[in-house]
Design a protein around this ligand. Structure first.
Ligand SMILES: N[C@@H](CCC(=O)N[C@@H](CS)C(=O)NCC(=O)O)C(=O)O
Length: 211
C-alpha cells in the first residue's frame, strides 16, 4: 500500500496510526502542501485524488481510497486486530461521536485550505486566523473533555478511532498554542497514546518528509 500524506497533516496522521496499529506494511509518498503552491493542486495529484487533499491510500490493486475515516474503517475491516471500535453498539456510537467532533466539526474549519481562504480572499491577518483556529478547537475540546473516559485511552483500556483522531488534533492544537489548562483528560489520553510505538512512529517529526 502507498499512503499519500504530509507529515503535518492530521488526517494523514490518523491513518498512519491505524496502519501501524494493524502492523500493515506501507510506503509513503509525500505531498508537500505548501512548497511551490502545494503539490495537491498539480494535475498529477488530481488524477490520484480529485479532492486535492491528503490522505489517499493506493492499494496494490490500483484502487485509491480517500477520506481518513473511510480509510481507517477499511483497514479495520481487512485487518480486524486490534479492533478500532468497541463491540457494544452504544460504545461504538460514543467513539464515533468524539471522532466526528474532530473530523467533521473542528478539522474542516481549521485545515490549511480554510485558513488560506481566511487570509487570502477574506483578508484576515495571521492573528485573526490563529484566533479562528483556537476558537473551533476550544468549542470541540470543551465537549470532548466531558465526553471521554480516560482509562487510559479515550474510552477505556483499548485504543479506538477516537484516540486516532484526538492525538493528531492535540498535536495541531499545541502548534497553534491552544491553552490546555482546561483539558487534563485530553492531555492524559494524548500522553498515554504516545507511549505506544504505533503512535510514536506516526508522529509528524518521525516521518521521512518532516521539516
Ligand atoms: N476529511 C478529510 C480531510 C482531508 C484534508 O482536509 N486534508 C488536509 C490536510 S490535514 C489537506 O489535504 N489540505 C490540503 C489543502 O489545504 O490545500 C479526511 O479526513 O481525510
Amino acid at each position: 500500500m502507498k499512503l499519500y500524506g504530509y507529515f503535518r497533516s492530521s488526517a494523514a496522521y490518523r491513518v498512519r496510526i491505524a496502519l501501524n496499529l494493524k502492523k500493515l506494511p506501507y510506503e509513503q509518498s509525500a505531498v508537500h502542501l505548501t512548497r511551490n503552491g502545494g503539490w495537491q493542486w498539480s494535475d498529477e495529484f488530481h488524477a490520484i485524488n480529485p479532492q486535492k487533499r491528503v490522505p489517499a491510500l493506493a492499494l496494490s490493486t490500483g484502487e485509491v481510497l480517500l477520506q481518513s475515516l473511510a480509510i481507517i474503517e477499511y483497514l479495520d475491516e481487512i485487518e480486524p486486530e486490534p479492533p478500532l471500535l468497541p463491540a457494544d453498539p452504544i460504545a461504538r456510537a460514543r467513539v464515533r461521536a468524539v471522532s466526528q467532533i474532530i473530523a467533521c466539526d473542528i478539522h474542516p474549519l481549521n485545515n490549511l485550505v480554510a485558513l488560506n481562504y481566511l487570509k487570502g480572499p477574506l483578508k484576515q491577518d495571521q492573528p485573526a486566523a490563529d484566533e479562528w483556529y483556537r476558537h473551533w478547537v476550544v468549542q470541540g475540546f470543551d465537549a470532548i473533555e466531558t465526553l471521554i473516559r480516560p482509562g487510559p485511552y479515550a474510552f477505556g483500556a483499548h485504543v479506538t478511532v477516537a484516540d486516532l483522531c484526538l492525538v493528531p488534533q492535540v498535536f495541531n492544537a499545541r502548534r497553534f498554542k491552544v491553552d490546555f489548562a482546561n483539558y487534563p483528560k485530553i492531555a492524559a489520553v494524548d500522553a498515554a497514546c504516545l507511549k505506544l510505538p504505533a503512535f510514536d512512529k506516526a508522529r509528524p517529526e518521525n516521518q521521512p518528509d518532516a521539516e
